[in-house]
Ligand binder design. Structure first.
Ligand SMILES: [Mg+2]
Length: 274
């Protein structure tokens, strides 16, 4: 497995303008925060994303809702895979669904059941994202976290028994979503079939369990899976970087390479014409 330096050496062998970048949001391009609402990109990351998106496809892949992601990234030309792979939207395309259009009133029932299970547990945060629901326990005292989890599972029992929902565990979060064979991995594999992505070398950067299935999707296409933070060499990643700060450096370095690559091909074109 590669570390930062050898990762760059490997990336240097790929023509920069042939890349397609898949980036998870929380814990990858944005530092983890105690409340999901507080997550922000640094100005440097925003700038690097804008520069990159001008020349190569940049796809943000997250468990967040589409509108939420758009607001937080707000870089023109960026593609989004939202709700853990339930839907995709390109810069000028309609929303594409990879899973069921769960009715909002059903999602609201999951959220209600979870809110009542969280009653009396200080710090528990239930987030209704419209199509999925997240229970965050980062602010819950560690001793109370198993209790919250037990209660949440009990509250969801009718749907779990009926196999109509699936639970996704992430960093200090339990996500509830409609059951089905969709997810970040399936969404990334589907997006890689699009004409704008075909033949490109996919790079995926992610920090959490839901990203690791997407790692497999990019590796099938001879891409590179880069784990951000956590243990090294545990999930079949090709390279490891320590955290969002290192991701920022990598994105800036990539932006520079992509721009230099574009310049070179422009120069080659103009000298051909002469
Ligand atoms: Mg993440």
């Amino acid at each position: 497995m590669m570390r930062g330096r050898s990762l760059r050496a490997r990336l240097a062998t790929i023509p920069p303008t042939r890349l397609v970048l898949f980036l998870d949001f929380d814990g990858t391009v944005a530092p983890i925060v105690s409340r999901p609402k507080q997550a922000r990109l640094t100005a440097a990351v925003k700038k690097a994303l804008r520069r990159l998106a001008r020349s190569v496809p940049v796809v943000i892949v997250s468990g967040r809702a589409l509108g939420d992601l758009r607001r937080r990234v707000s870089a023109p030309g960026v593609h989004y895979i939202a709700h853990h792979g339930l839907l995709y939207q390109g810069p000028r395309t309609a929303v594409r669904w990879f899973g069921p259009r769960t009715p909002g009133r059903l999602v609201a029932r999951w959220a209600r059941a979870l809110r009542s299970s969280a009653e009396g547990i200080s710090g528990a945060l239930v987030e209704d994202k419209g199509l999925t629901v997240a229970v965050h326990d980062r602010l819950v005292r560690p001793m109370q976290r198993p209790l919250l989890r037990r209660r949440a599972l009990r509250a969801l029992a009718p749907w779990l028994k009926g196999k109509t929902i699936a639970l996704v565990r992430g960093k200090r979060v339990l996500e509830v979503r409609a059951a089905g064979p969709w997810g970040k991995g399936a969404a990334v594999a589907a997006v890689l079939q699009e004409t704008w992505a075909k033949g490109r070398v996919p790079l995926y950067l992610g920090d959490d369990r839901t990203d690791f299935e997407a790692f497999r999707a990019v590796k099938k296409k001879r891409g590179l899976a880069i784990r951000v933070g956590g243990g090294r060499g545990l999930v079949g990643e090709d390279a490891w970087v320590p955290g969002p700060r290192a991701v920022e450096c990598l994105l800036r370095w990539l932006a520079k390479r992509v721009e230099a690559g574009e310049r070179r091909s422009r120069e080659a074109q103009s000298s051909e014409k002469q």
